[in-house]
Design a protein around this ligand. Sequence first.
Ligand code: SME
Length: 157
Amino acid sequence: MTSMVIKRAEKILSAENRDPNLMLKDIVELLHTEKPNWDWVGIYVLDGEVLKLGPYIGHPTEHVAIQSGDGVCGTAVKENSNQIVEDVSTLDNYIACSLGTRSEIVVLIKEGEEILGQFDIDSDEVGAFDKADEALLEQLSIMVSPWVREYKKIMHG
Ligand code: SME
């Protein structure tokens, strides 16, 4: 069954001639609106070995660049695998964006084997994310990957 979020995302992404930045911003906004406990929703774009912060909704963060291997986000890149963290207080290498954050999910955005970036989502509740959320974000990541590719081009001027 196609979820309402996927249907709305399809609509956003079917608009023609739109700025990739606005497209991706609309997608993070959609997730933030539809999922009440997804308190911080963002997209990081991989530039070499560094994740750079793209469109996001939530508290402003100073973590605009994260090295591969660092924190939950960098671990996803280094291990080439999505991450679901039930309780961030149990992690040693956690990079806190907001003191209120209790759980986190990272889902890679890929094109074939190449990692283009990732969805990074924080919640102020413990255990806010499950396999169904991962599956939804995986579906979305396939849909947004061409736009992340375009976003990267613009990022490099
Ligand atoms: N918590 C992430 C850093 C990014 S912020 O959550 C926006 C991490 O540990 O990599």
